[in-house]
Structures are given as structure tokens and as C-alpha cells.
Design a protein around this ligand. Structure first.
Ligand SMILES: Cc1cc2nc3c(=O)[nH]c(=O)nc-3n(C[C@H](O)[C@H](O)[C@H](O)COP(=O)(O)OP(=O)(O)OC[C@H]3O[C@@H](n4cnc5c(N)ncnc54)[C@H](O)[C@@H]3O)c2cc1C
Length: 269
């Protein structure tokens, strides 16, 4: 679906991070399931040529109409251009695209693990899980305090949050996997893990889940160009990959959310 949409706000929420709300149709909101993403054209000209992918952060309805939000980090040219958009500017959106999180209805706890901007797809997921009355815990990690985004929004919907930073400026001075492991060791009911963040964090979380036979879904953020499975620029090696029998998974069309067991984490190192 190709949509033209008005910017409702585009606010800096922490140094280098912004939250943008866009006016969209109700049909768009219905399709914007947690874990899916959009490809945004950040400029009217052909420079930069490629759209940039962003996860569904939140959707809803306000007085102006149905809306869709992204949470993003200003990291390069495309996101710098996006950061200059103002209320009333028009953005061209392709999406929602890809396969999102599977909402498993097992009784156990839902453990969300986010590193930095990896928190972006986890808020919409947390809302859906809380609507189904699940116990949801968030393990959010970053380098510094400013990387821990929208903590109040997670807490407001009843998510129990634990924070870690590398400098100890908020929460525990640790990697996000450390409180996760401690929590799993103390847990006497089942759990499902949903994770998004840097690849090294996802690899570690996948290993923790595999060792304990815990279901784990990961949202991958490989670099992508088309977003619709045509260019194959975003593929990652699948579990059965070998030189003789290539097994590549297309992050935009088959993901970005995968069962962590589907990915060959050794190959992606
Ligand atoms: C499915 C998907 C969902 C995403 N969701 C979000 C989101 O919700 N919020 C958000 O802030 N970002 C998200 N990203 C990453 C985002 O698309 C990139 O940060 C953005 O495209 C960078 O564009 P740029 O022009 O500013 O940077 P560029 O100038 O293209 O690159 C600047 C730097 O960023 C690095 N970079 C570029 N793209 C990626 C990427 N995909 N992953 C990691 N590093 C990258 C480059 O290696 C380079 O060092 C997502 C990526 C994918 C694939």
C-alpha cells in the first residue's frame, strides 16, 4: 500500500531520538500489526534514492483521525532529513510490510528485550499483549540513560520494566542479558521472549532462549533497499545454510520477525 500522509508531530524525545506521528487511514492502522514496518521516502527528490525502513511503534485514533507512529534514531543522511519534517509536511509511505510478531497465547510471561532503538517495535507489541492481559516484562538496555526510550509509556500500560546501561546512569550497570538470565533462573512458569536490538544482543538472547528451550522471536534490522523481497539485499543466513545448500532468509519479505531458531547466528557474526 502506497500512502501519502501528513506529519502530525516529529518531536525529539531524547538526544538523537525522535518520535513522529503521521495521519493515516483506518485501513492502514488495521494492517500495522506489531513487528511490521514501513518504507518511508524521506525527501521529495531522488536523493537519497532509497526509502528507509522503520518499525511500527504505535497506532491509534485521535481527534484528527487514525494515526501511526515511528520512533527513530538520527543516524545518517536519511534520518537527518526525516528529523527536519514539520507538522503538515507530507510523507510518502510504503507499507505496512513484512511479517510481524506472532502473539502466542500460552499462559507464561512475555519477556520483551530491547537494545537502544530496538525498543521501537516492542511498544506496539507490549500494548497488544497487555490487552490480552498477559504479564509483560521489559528488559531495556542502552549505552547511556538517553538510550532508554519511552520508559514511561511502557510503564503506563502495566509493563514491568528493568533497565540496564553500560555506564550505570540509569538502572543496573550491566548488559541487558544479565537481568534477563537472572529472571529466567527465578521463573517457575513458562515464558516467551521477543527481542529487537543490535545483532550481538540478539545472538546472545537467541542462545539464552535455546539453552532453556524457551520460544524466542527476534526482529532483525538488516540494511534493506526495496522492502518487498525483490532486491534480496537484506538476506541473512538461515539455520540450514551451507556452501552446498544456500539457505538465505529475506528480512523484508519473510521477516523482519523470525523464530530465533531459523537464523544461523554463527554465520551472521
Ligand atoms: C525492518 C527494519 C525496521 C527498522 N526500524 C527502525 C526504527 O523503528 N527506528 C530506527 O531508528 N531505525 C530503524 N531501522 C533502521 C533504520 O532503517 C536505519 O537507521 C536508517 O535507514 C538509516 O538511514 P540513514 O540514511 O539515516 O543512514 P545511512 O546514511 O544509510 O547510514 C548511517 C549509518 O547507519 C547504519 N545503518 C543504516 N541502516 C541500518 C540498519 N538497517 N541497521 C543498522 N544500521 C544501519 C549504516 O551502516 C551507517 O553506519 C529499521 C531497519 C529495518 C531493516
Amino acid at each position: 500500500m502506497l500512502t501519502e500522509s501528513f506529519v502530525l508531530f516529529n518531536t525529539e524525545i531524547s538526544p538523537g531520538y525522535r518520535r513522529m506521528r503521521l495521519l493515516v487511514s483506518e485501513a492502514f492502522v488495521r494492517k500495522a500489526a506489531p513487528g511490521r514496518f514501513v518504507m518511508l521516502r524521506v525527501n521529495d527528490s531522488t536523493d537519497p534514492l532509497l526509502r528507509r525502513p522503520f518499525a511500527v511503534f504505535d497506532t491509534g485514533a485521535a481527534s484528527d483521525g487514525a494515526y501511526f507512529e515511528i520512533l527513530y534514531r538520527v543516524i545518517g543522511r536519511g534520518t537527518a532529513m526525516l528529523s527536519e519534517k514539520k507538522k503538515g509536511d507530507i510523507l510518502d509511505i510504503l507499507g505496512p510490510l513484512g511479517k510481524g510478531f506472532s502473539l502466542d497465547d500460552s499462559a507464561g510471561e512475555k519477556l520483551l528485550v530491547g537494545g537502544g532503538i530496538g525498543l521501537a517495535p516492542l511498544y506496539a507489541l507490549a500494548r497488544k499483549l497487555r490487552e490480552a492481559s498477559s504479564t509483560v516484562r521489559l528488559f531495556a538496555g542502552g549505552r547511556v540513560r538517553g538510550d532508554i526510550l519511552c520508559a514511561d509509556a511502557f510503564e503506563a500500560i502495566g509493563v514491568e520494566c528493568r533497565f540496564t546501561t553500560e555506564d550505570g546512569s540509569i538502572g543496573e550497570r550491566a548488559l541487558v542479558t544479565q537481568p534477563l538470565v537472572r529472571h529466567l533462573e527465578s521463573l517457575d512458569i513458562g515464558a516467551t521472549i521477543y527481542a529487537c536490538g543490535p545483532e550481538a544482543m540478539l545472538r546472545a538472547v537467541a542462545k539464552i532462549a535455546a539453552c532453556r528451550a524457551i520460544p524466542c522471536q527476534v526482529s532483525l534490522e538488516s540494511r534493506m533497499a526495496c522492502g518487498i523481497g525483490v532486491c534480496l539485499g537484506c538476506v541473512v543466513p538461515g539455520r540450514r545454510h551451507s556452501v552446498r545448500t544456500p539457505d538465505f532468509r529475506c528480512v523484508c519479505a519473510e521477516g523482519p520477525v523470525f523464530d530465533a531458531r531459523e537464523i544461523d547466528w554463527k554465520m551472521s557474526q
